[in-house]
Design a protein. Structure first.
Length: 214
């Protein structure tokens, strides 16, 4: 079974469309979204509408949570410019009801979907060239979780870290709004136990941090 992974769309509808096209070309069986659906891009409503209408499972990112708080604040504002940035009631309800984590069972493999970490959707996650910082950040989560594989986003860079039979994968960011955005999607092949990352520019594979720790 092949799982398509997207994350950190940030209201960038053209990039979401490119990601979906890329994953369809890779013949994925289902798609999961690791959060940060909105903010920064120009089409939050379009992204939300697509995820809802296509029933793509998603978790709440820190920007999704912030967007809900901001929209609730704007309810008390009479500034017409601020009101133009306010999300619709349906969009706010969608973001508000997104869970922090979701669990899936495929082919005798249990997946845990989160945004930054399972306990904090805004936790700081840093990367160094060796991956030591990432390993230090996730070792406790991997050691105590019941799932086999943790899927996260948040960092905007892809990685695959393995520790004592557990694994955390990150497909990078779908959005292409800032220089640090990876503009990628991921494919987790449960049959072959492989993880690959593809650029949304032309669908080719890209290199990423891939390490196993003791």
């Amino acid at each position: 079974m092949r799982i398509g992974i997207i994350s950190d769309i940030h209201g960038d509808m053209p990039s979401l469309t490119a990601a979906i096209d890329c994953l369809k070309q890779q013949s994925v069986d289902t798609i999961l979204c690791a959060g940060d659906v909105v903010e920064r891009g120009s089409d939050d409503h379009g992204v939300i509408s697509y995820l809802r209408s296509n029933e793509i499972p998603c978790v709440q990112g820190n920007h999704d949570e912030n967007a809900v708080r901001h929209s609730e604040f704007l309810q008390h504002s009479n500034d017409p410019d601020e009101q133009e940035t306010r999300l619709s009631i349906a969009a706010v309800d969608f973001l508000r009801t997104l869970p922090l984590t979701r669990t899936f069972h495929f082919e005798q493999t249990t997946l845990l979907l989160a945004h930054a970490t399972p306990s904090d959707n805004g936790a700081p996650v840093f990367q160094d060239s060796s991956g030591d910082a990432l390993a230090k950040k996730f070792k406790k989560d991997l050691a105590r979780m019941e799932a086999d594989i943790l899927i996260v986003g948040h960092t905007h860079f892809p990685f695959d870290i393995r520790y004592k039979g557990k694994r955390v994968v990150n497909s990078g960011s779908v959005c292409n709004l800032q220089s640090r955005d990876s503009h990628t999607c991921g494919i987790l092949d449960l049959t072959n136990q492989t993880f690959s990352v593809r650029t949304l520019i032309n669908g080719t594979s890209v290199e990423f941090l891939d390490r196993e720790f003791e």
